[in-house]
Design a protein around this ligand. Structure first.
Ligand code: GLN
Length: 514
């Protein structure tokens, strides 16, 4: 399928994935590429427009991230954001230097409403600024279309050449009319049709998978998480019972979660696929015996998972395709797409099972952001409950139990977490709070119950609000909800005699405990 494409050229800024997400919210497909991508390759991709992102460098210093002057002569509209704007000016003959006053945070910008980039934007609008350098002199033929008190050239354009540059960050939500500005660029200036839609994506993907797989056999590891579930359903729609899904229950799932996965994907569910559930709980508990160090626990769980999966795969024999639930941020963060430094080698991209006999990998969600995966899931008819499931770490409750993991502790944290979730739902908070869960601390303390001394564990409750899971704030839950949860947990969960609430933000905390 040919579709309009915008290319985001990554100069290492922290919001670059956001740029791509916002463009897609305008129903325009886009991809992120490193600034090192050659002009030939860019030409070959034939984008409708190019966006240059922000970045940490100063364009006038040696070794700074660069782009070629030719990039601006391709006849393709270019929008530079922050560093990208500075670089455009620098390359085209303007002057960039350290700003007398640096700007950071929400700043009022005065714009020229007649500029195409600012169609329907208010004359005085709040924007997010984050820069030390500024454009002292624009490149020849550019006209200034926005300024702030401290920044005389906050946006500029050369309409004849379709080149635009803005000093602030339209992709950040604090820029009140940012999406409108990006819309004006991709839909207005670049003329993209806006036909990147999930229903079309799903229908096209299902058809493409069917073509590719033919009569082949496909294997998918199902974790019960959103990504692997959506990938599995997409495959099931495409090739039905040529697909086998292996679901490894490592005994570290939330209460009833294993059964819920089975209800959806198992024989009594709506899909025509081969479903294998491996109840490997005991095996995992055995491996985790006596292990307290978080990284070691993660490693053991990850490795054991692959071993179990491999054993099942061997029983199935040779398959033609292996399905991975890789999503676009995994691709970008693994350094395969953009420039935003190699943050982590993602398990979906790096950690393939060694001994599974397959010819090719299928990654049907490789181009999608998380919110798009969710929409694809709804499009495929997956229950909302599963599609909107909160993020759950691969090692599961293994890292929500501080210290050694035992079957008994897993039971405690499952029960406590189930009570917490039930009460949050009853209070109508389950949709408004970003993520919440119970963890089991390694602390035992003294209490009294029925006149008898207890010496038992403390459960910690966590609830955070976050937009992107990179930063988070502890949620202010109503006291009566916390009180009810605490008293039910202490009453109903054996060996818990104390409930604590975690008030730490991220940073300095992390959302998970280990
Ligand atoms: N490093 C450049 C500056 O400080 C650009 C910053 C950015 O892109 N956010 O001005």
């Amino acid at each position: 399928m040919s579709r309009d494409k915008i290319i985001v050229i990554d100069f290492g800024g922290q919001y670059n994935q956001l740029v791509a997400r916002r463009v897609r919210e305008c129903n325009v497909y886009c991809e992120i590429y490193s600034y090192k991508t050659s002009l030939d390759k860019i030409r070959e991709m034939n984008p409708r427009g190019i966006i240059l992102t922000g970045g940490p460098d100063s364009c006038y210093t040696e070794g700074a991230a660069r782009c070629e002057r030719e990039l601006f002569n391709l006849g393709i509209p270019v929008l530079g954001l922050c560093y990208g704007a500075q670089l455009m000016m620098h390359v085209l003959g303007g002057h960039v230097c350290k700003a007398p006053v640096r700007e950071y945070g929400r700043i009022e910008v005065t714009i020229d409403p007649s500029a195409p980039l600012f169609a329907n934007v208010s004359e005085h609008t709040i924007c997010w600024m984050s820069h030390n350098d500024y454009i002292e002199k624009t490149a020849p033929d550019f006209q200034i279309i926005a300024h702030t008190n401290d920044c005389p050239a906050a946006a500029m354009q050369c309409v004849e050449r379709n080149l635009y540059a803005i000093q602030f960050h339209p992709e950040v939500l604090h820029t009140v009319e940012g999406t409108k500005i990006l819309w004006n660029f991709v839909r207005g200036i670049c003329g993209c049709a806006g036909d990147w839609r999930m229903d079309a994506f799903v229908a096209n993907s299902v058809e493409a998978i069917r073509q590719k797989v033919g009569k082949g056999k496909v294997l998918c590891a199902l974790s019960g998480g959103v990504d692997s579930s959506v990938a599995a359903v997409m495959l099931a729609k495409a090739v039905g019972d040529q697909l086998t899904c292996v679901f490894v229950d490592h005994g570290l799932l939330r209460k009833r979660e294993g059964d819920e996965v089975e209800e959806v994907f198992g024989p009594s569910g709506p899909y025509d696929l081969n479903f294998v559930r491996v109840n490997a709980q005991e095996r995992f508990y055995e491996k985790l015996k006596g292990i307290e160090e978080p990284e070691q626990k993660r490693k053991i769980i990850g490795e054991e998972f692959i071993r179990v999966f491999e054993e099942e795969a061997k029983k199935i024999g040779t398959v033609d395709f292996l399905v991975q639930g890789t999503i676009y941020p995994d691709v970008v963060e693994s350094g395969l797409g953009g420039e935003s430094s190699v943050i982590k080698s993602h398990h979906n991209v790096g950690g393939l099972p060694d001994y599974v006999d397959f010819k090719e990998i299928i990654e049907p969600l490789r181009d999608l952001f998380k919110d798009e995966v969710r929409r694809a899931g709804l499009e495929l008819g997956i229950p909302e409950k599963l599609v909107y499931r909160q993020p759950f770490p691969g090692p599961g409750l293994g890292i929500r139990i501080v210290g050694e993991v035992t079957a008994e502790k897993v039971h405690m944290v499952q029960e406590a977490d189930a009570i917490y979730r039930e009460e949050m739902a009853k209070a109508g908070l389950d949709k408004s709070v970003g993520q919440y869960f119970a963890a089991l601390t390694n602390m035992r303390s003294v209490g009294v119950m029925g006149d008898e001394r207890t010496y038992d564990y403390a459960v910690a409750l966590r609830a955070v609000n976050t937009v992107d899971f990179m930063t988070a704030e502890a949620a202010e839950l109503p006291w009566e909800v916390l009180g009810r949860v605490a008293s039910r947990i202490v009453n109903e969960v054996e060996h818990v005699n104390r409930v604590l609430y975690d008030c730490t933000g991220k940073p300095p905390g992390t959302i998970e405990f280990e």
